[in-house]
Design a protein around this ligand. Sequence first.
Ligand code: FNR
Length: 383
Amino acid sequence: MPVITTIEDLRQLAQQRVPRMFYDYADSGSWTEGTYRANESDFQPIKFRQRVAVNMENRSTATTMVGQAVKMPVAIAPVGLTGMQHADGEILAAKAAEKFGIPFTLSTMSICSIEDIRAHTTAPFWFQLYMMRDREAMARMIGRAKDAGCSALVLTLDLQVIGQRHKDLKNGLTAPPRPTLANIINLMTKPRWCLGMAGTKRRTFGNLVGHVKAVTDMNSLASWTNEQFDPRLSWPDIEWVKQQWGGKLILKGIMDEVDAKLAVESGADAIVVSNHGGRQLDGAESSIHALPRIVAAVGSQIEVHMDGGIRSGQDVLKAWALGAKGTYIGRAMVYGLGAMGEEGVTKALQILHKELDVTMAFCGHTRITDVGRDILLPGSFPT
Ligand code: FNR
């Protein structure tokens, strides 16, 4: 067993343990993957100001996200097919998040259902919704999220049409995997994954079964989502969701000030500056690059969160310093899960927390809520 000290260590272990089509599904972006890569690399030029001889005892990274106490400004992002990275993946990730004290967001496209998560956790979790053509199915899902006591609804706005990931097409991605010769050979080299999957009955989309036809026998995930997701989504639909839900509403996928201002007008509680982890509009700027502009436009009126490229506690602190009152991890969680199940997700959270805590101290602060943009070197960050 290798010594795990970074998110990159978890990624490498996940790559060894997870069948290729599912590993590639997570570790890829759309088309050239330029935006996917920029999400990570655009954190690097941002520099901290090191401070010394400041009392650094008794530190706290605790804050709130949409009014909910969090141990650090990090939530688990909604990730489709998490339950194919590891058997019962969504349940394990939700348990790790609950024990750590941060929110878990369940994707519409999860393998385990809303009810599965409720049965295995006690803390309120968040539910992510896609705008689907079938509004009755949406209303039923919102009702199920309410019944499960979900404390926030994350409505994803950037998937009216679907970006193409070449690897998914080349690998013939389906859930469950189709028994082609290449898949069988690949699966046979991943004994941990096969054993795990053999022990679970969850092999399809737990939130959608019974609502939408042909989920279990789909041939291509991309063409299926293209058929189900509503390309006509517009602001009145968001009002409809708001009324159906009646609780905390987070709008995910905002990259432009104009949309951010419309989100404020919609009465949402928070927005997530996000390009879907570089999986949708290839050629879009990175999330960390867009963040300061969005914060300048609406940061005084709405809670601004961000995701995309967070691979360290230093990244979390940079995003916080630039005005994000919360961040989300997608792949950092997936790598931990694929590498070591619940223990791996916990490991990922511990790594991020330790890095965040110590970096905050190096910058001369003991409470994250006191940290502002002045911890960053002027000229090193986008404005
Ligand atoms: C996602 N993302 C996503 N977002 C969403 O709203 N619903 C979903 O079902 C999914 N599914 C999904 C699957 C996979 C494999 C990935 C990697 C991402 C996007 C996700 O919530 C988040 O925006 C990004 O993952 C953030 O970027 P990082 O942390 O992965 O770099």
